[in-house]
Design a protein around this ligand. Structure first.
Ligand code: CP3
Length: 343
C-alpha cells in the first residue's frame, strides 16, 4: 500500500489528518511565482517552458509542504492544440478564436494531432515526477468538455455561458460534435500526462453549474463518465477527481454515475451537507471558502476546523471551494496548514 496520504484518501481510507492542497496553489499570491512569471515573460510562455513550469509547481510545495502538487498548465492549452488561437489580455483573462458551426468543429485538429503543441507540458510532467518529494502526489488535469467548449464558443470567459447555451440549443448536432471532439482529445491529452508521471487526474468542470436537467446528464455526467472509463481502462487503478463546480444537487451520485474516485465540492454548499449527501459514496475534496485566505485570523481557523470536522468520518482531501486568489496573504496559508496539521 502506498504511503502517500493523498492516494490513501482517494482509495477511501479515513485518515486522522486530511491530505491538503489548494487549487491555484502556484499563483500570483506568491512573490516567487510572480518572479518566475516575469522571467518567462507572460503566462503562456510560462506554461510552455518546462523548467519554469516545473519550478512554479514546486514553489508552493517547498513553502508549505502540501500533500499534492498540480501540474502547472491551463485548461485552455488543449483548445489551442486543437488549432484555436489563444492569448491572455492583461487584467482581463483569456481570449481565443471561436467555433460556432459544424464547419468549425470539422476544422479542428484530430485527437492524435495535439501532441506536438503539448509536448512541453509532458516534459514538465517528466521533470516533476523526478523532482517532487516522494511523499507528494502529482496531479495532472484537464478542463471538462463543457467548460472548455464555453471558451471555444464565446472566445472568452463569461458569467452565464450564454453563447455556449445558444449554440447547444440551436444546433445540437454541431454542439454535440464539439463536445465529442474535446472529449476524445482530452482522453489522449490526459493519457500522455499519466505516461509522463501524473498519478491522479482532476477534471475541472468550472461551469457545470449552468447545465440543468438532461443537459447536465448529457454534457457534464456523460463526458466525465467516458473520460474516466477510458483512462481507467488504459491505466488500471488510476484515481480520478471530478469537479462539477456549483452542481448543487448534481453532486449527489456524481461519483457513482461517472466512476470518479472523488468529487471536489465548491463552497456554495455546506461541508455538513456534502458530508451527508456526497461523502457517503466515497472521497470528497473541499471546500473552504477561498476568501478566508484573504481575510485570515481566527475566522480562518474556525472555518477550517469546521470543514475538517464535518468530513472527519469519511475519506477527505482538504482544499478550497475554488482557486486561491491573487489577493490571498501567503501567511494565511501558513496558518491554514498549522490549523489542519495540529488537528
Ligand atoms: O491549480 C493550479 O495551480 C494549476 C494550474 C491551473 C491554472 N489554471 C493556472 C492559471 C489550473 C488547474 C487552471 C485551471 C483553469 N484555467 C480553469 C478551471 C478552474 C477554475 O479556475 O475554474 C479555468 C476556467 C481556466 C482558464 C483561465 N486561466 C482563466 C479564466 C484565467 C484568467 C483568470 C485569472 O485568474 O487570471 C486563467 C489564467 C491562469 N491560469 C492563471 C494561473 C496561475 C493566472 C495567470 C497569471 O499568472 O497571470
Amino acid at each position: 500500500m502506498t504511503d502517500k496520504t493523498m492516494l490513501r484518501a482517494l482509495k477511501g481510507e479515513v485518515l486522522p489528518t486530511p491530505p491538503v492542497w489548494l487549487m491555484r496553489q502556484a499563483g500570483r499570491y506568491l512573490p516567487e511565482y510572480r518572479a518566475t512569471r516575469a522571467q518567462a515573460g507572460d503566462f503562456l510562455s510560462l506554461c510552455y517552458t518546462p523548467d519554469l513550469a516545473a519550478e512554479v509547481t514546486l514553489q508552493p510545495i517547498r513553502r508549505y509542504g502540501f500533500d499534492a502538487a498540480i501540474l502547472f498548465a491551463d485548461i485552455l492549452l488543449l483548445p489551442q492544440a486543437l488549432g484555436l488561437d489563444l492569448w491572455f489580455e492583461t487584467g482581463e483573462g483569456p481570449r481565443m478564436s471561436t467555433v460556432t458551426s459544424m464547419e468549425g468543429v470539422k476544422a479542428l485538429k484530430g485527437k492524435d494531432d495535439i501532441h506536438d503543441k503539448l509536448a512541453p507540458v509532458y516534459e514538465t510532467c517528466k521533470i516533476l515526477s523526478r523532482e517532487l518529494p516522494k511523499e507528494t502526489t502529482f496531479i495532472g488535469f484537464a478542463g471538462m468538455p463543457w467548460t472548455v467548449a464555453t471558451y471555444m464558443i464565446a472566445g472568452r470567459g463569461s458569467k452565464d455561458q450564454a453563447a455556449a447555451h445558444k449554440f447547444k440549443d440551436t444546433d445540437r448536432a454541431a454542439f454535440s460534435a464539439l463536445i465529442d471532439a474535446v472529449t476524445d482529445a482530452t482522453i489522449e491529452y490526459l493519457s500522455k500526462q499519466v505516461e509522463a508521471g501524473c498519478e491522479v487526474v482532476k477534471l475541472f468542470d468550472s461551469w457545470a453549474g449552468s447545465l440543468k436537467g438532461q443537459d447536465f446528464e448529457d454534457f457534464a455526467v456523460a463526458p466525465a463518465k467516458r473520460i474516466t472509463a477510458e483512462l481507467k481502462a488504459r491505466f488500471p487503478g488510476l484515481p480520478v477527481i471530478a469537479f462539477p463546480r456549483e452542481a448543487g444537487e448534481g453532486y449527489i451520485g456524481f461519483a457513482k454515475k461517472t466512476g470518479a474516485d472523488c468529487v471536489a465540492i465548491d463552497n456554495s454548499v455546506s461541508p455538513e451537507w456534502a458530508a451527508a449527501n456526497v461523502q457517503k459514496d466515497g472521497c470528497v475534496q473541499g471546500n473552504l471558502d477561498p476568501s478566508y485566505m484573504v481575510t485570515g485570523g481566527q475566522a480562518l481557523v474556525e472555518a477550517t476546523q469546521k470543514v475538517v470536522a464535518a468530513f472527519k468520518n469519511g475519506p477527505h482531501i482538504f482544499n478550497l471551494g475554488h482557486g486561491i486568489t491573487p489577493e490571498a496573504d501567503p501567511e494565511n496559508v501558513t496558518l491554514l496548514m498549522e490549523t489542519i496539521r495540529k488537528g
